[in-house]
Design a protein around this ligand. Structure first.
Ligand SMILES: Cc1ncc(COP(=O)(O)O)c(C=O)c1O
Length: 416
């Protein structure tokens, strides 16, 4: 007897919650109280951020780490350290969070969108090559969901055109590309520690690099333009106070102790679920090239082929939710379709380029298909539990697939 979908009044497949996030305990309490009681609450006089910067950089294959207030500022600091000039162009993917492109505008540079690969969701090197102009200065790949972008191809293009590569590794703590940590392959790497991220202090970010000159530039830009050996009130470059605080440093040091084991669990569960879901018609988990030797599964991305599945994406997602599996439809718009870009609402930035820029003419068909019709994801904390949690997700999918005709009728009634 087929099981009725929960959305149609049947029994829910799963009644227990998945692992909640963040995971914390005594070590976080001890570090945080230590920072509080020391009275050293700022990066300038406390030990926590300095310790974290060193540990995080080392763990991610880089010589230097510069802790900053968030993962948007870290991108902007990296761009400024790379010597971006007014109205230079930066190539970015359109399937990413706003910051990848808005940080470019905040550096007074022009985001140029290159399409992603439909199967990997990552920047397509061919599209990058096609987007290069004499004004291009930087390529900014995102390791989407925690799966490293095609860095060999991107570094080769950058080498040929003498471009800087800044990795937006906001999703990719602990991810490996041919055993090389994401964030350490380009000239600079940027991470976020915002609440949802695989390593979090509520808010926070870091720039990593192994280049001494770039590191010195980042340190100066994040600290009011100060330079090593300079006077306290001596300010050399346009900059700000973007320093990470000691309370966040304390939390991050404790969280970092957990990262390796959590990353292994997420990768194991993510691969297991991907293998199971691949057996269902119409479900395509993010394709994982052999170069990805570890996926951080900040998100578990997949596509629903509506024609093969027989019901629209929104109906499938609502049916999964009703079965007790939290799921998200992903970014709803390619970044270039955001009102910010369509209206060039750039405030004081890009006064000249804004006259001629027309983002309504940009077309990245793969990204559009993912946003409009196919894309969806599960969040990272679902992957911290036992393998039976993965079985529940796969079983919920299978149940929805088996009942797709009933679901399609329901969707039609609801005009989905
Ligand atoms: C790909 C990507 N880049 C940058 C950021 C910005 O990080 P933050 O929120 O710490 O500013 C995010 C945050 O969600 C992100 O997903």
């Amino acid at each position: 007897m087929p099981q009725t979908l929960a959305i149609l009044g049947g029994a829910k497949l799963r009644n227990r919650p998945f692992t909640s996030w963040p995971v914390f305990g005594k070590p976080e309490e001890q570090r945080l109280l230590g920072a509080l009681r020391s009275g050293k609450w700022g990066k300038l006089n406390g030990p926590e951020v300095a310790e974290f910067e060193q540990r995080f950089a080392t763990m991610h294959g880089a010589k230097h780490g510069i802790g900053v207030v968030n993962g948007t500022v870290s991108l902007r600091v990296a761009l400024m350290a790379a010597g971006i000039k007014s109205e230079d162009e930066v190539i970015v993917p359109p399937y990413t969070f706003l910051s990848t492109a808005s940080a470019v505008v905040e550096a007074n540079a022009v985001p140029v969108f290159a399409d992603v690969d439909l199967e990997t969701f990552n920047l397509d090197p061919k599209a990058v090559e096609a987007a290069i102009t004499p004004r291009t200065r930087v390529i900014m790949p995102v390791h989407m969901a925690g799966q490293p972008a095609d860095m060999d191809a991107i570094m080769a293009i950058a080498g040929r055109h003498k471009l800087v590569v800044i990795e937006d590794a906001a999703h990719a703590h602990g991810a490996l590309y041919r055993q090389c940590p994401a964030g350490s392959i380009g000239h600079l790497g940027s991470f976020s520690f915002q609440s949802s991220k695989n390593l979090t202090s509520g808010e926070g970010g870091i720039v990593v690099t192994s280049d001494d000159t770039l590191a010195a530039a980042c340190r100066s830009i994040h600290d009011c333009g100060r330079v090593a050996g300079g006077l306290w009130y001596e300010h050399h470059v346009m900059s700000g106070n973007y320093r990470l605080g000691e309370f966040q440093g304390a939390i991050l040091n404790a969280q970092l102790d957990r990262l390796e084991a959590q990353t292994q669990t997420r990768d194991r569960n993510g691969q297991y679920l991907a293998a199971k879901l691949s057996q269902l018609p119409g479900i395509y988990p993010q394709k994982r090239p052999a170069d990805c030797t570890r996926h951080s599964y900040h998100l578990f991305l997949f596509r629903i082929d509506v024609a093969a599945f027989g019901a629209p994406r929104q109906a499938v997602l609502r049916a999964l939710e009703a079965e007790g599996v939290p799921v998200c439809g992903g970014y709803a718009l390619p970044l270039y379709r955001q009102p910010l870009f369509l209206n060039r609402a750039f405030g004081p930035y890009l006064p000249n380029a804004s006259q001629t820029l027309d983002y309504s003419k940009v077309s990245c068909p793969n990204c559009e298909k993912i946003c409009r019709e196919q894309g969806a994801w599960f969040e990272q904390s679902l992957f911290l539990g036992p393998q039976t949690d993965m079985d529940d997700i796969a079983n919920a999918f299978e149940k929805v697939y088996n009942q797709r005709h009933a679901l399609a009728r329901w969707a039609k009634e609801k005009s989905l």
